[in-house]
Write a protein of this length. Structure first.
Length: 155
């Protein structure tokens, strides 16, 4: 059984931070991922495809995590009161609610979405903490919603 306290659902995990969506960073990410479609790095191609500018790659919000002190994983694990030596990242999902483009600035905040326990197959209870990360643009619109599952295994 975990000795750490359970975080309350709805608790914000640390302060919010901002992430500027920059052309160079999106191009670097597209190149690192081997993405050759010019929509992901050429403004003219993006406009021809119906975007206002180069859009955010589907998982590019991970780059925003680097703008947070401590990064996503360690900062959230510690803020949720979990033991970093016993935590696994279980899953991540993204919902893109409105387009995000070069020039946007996202304010990012993480909140506890769920907490439960599950008996492990090898004995001992696992604490599972769902984290909801909200990416809100400069107009106050929720642009991307990311959900992660952190799993603290038994000692």
């Amino acid at each position: 059984m975990s000795a750490t306290p359970e975080p309350a659902v709805g608790t914000q995990l640390g302060p919010a931070w901002t992430f500027p969506v920059e052309r160079g960073k999106l191009r670097e990410l597209a190149m690192a991922l081997g993405e050759t479609d010019p929509v992901w790095h050429d403004p003219a191609a993006a406009r021809a495809a119906g975007f206002d500018d180069v859009p955010l790659l589907p998982t590019a919000t991970v780059v925003a995590d680097l703008w947070r002190d401590g990064g996503f994983f360690v900062a959230n694990v510690q803020a949720a009161g979990l033991d970093t030596s016993r935590v696994l990242h279980g899953e991540a999902t993204w919902r893109h609610l409105i387009p995000v483009h070069v020039g946007d600035e996202l304010t990012v905040s993480c909140h506890v979405a769920s907490v439960d326990r599950k008996e492990g197959r090898r004995g001992g209870a696992m604490k599972r903490v769902g984290i909801e990360t909200r990416y809100v643009n400069q107009h106050g619109e929720l642009a991307v919603l990311r959900e992660d599952l952190l799993i603290e295994v038994a000692a």
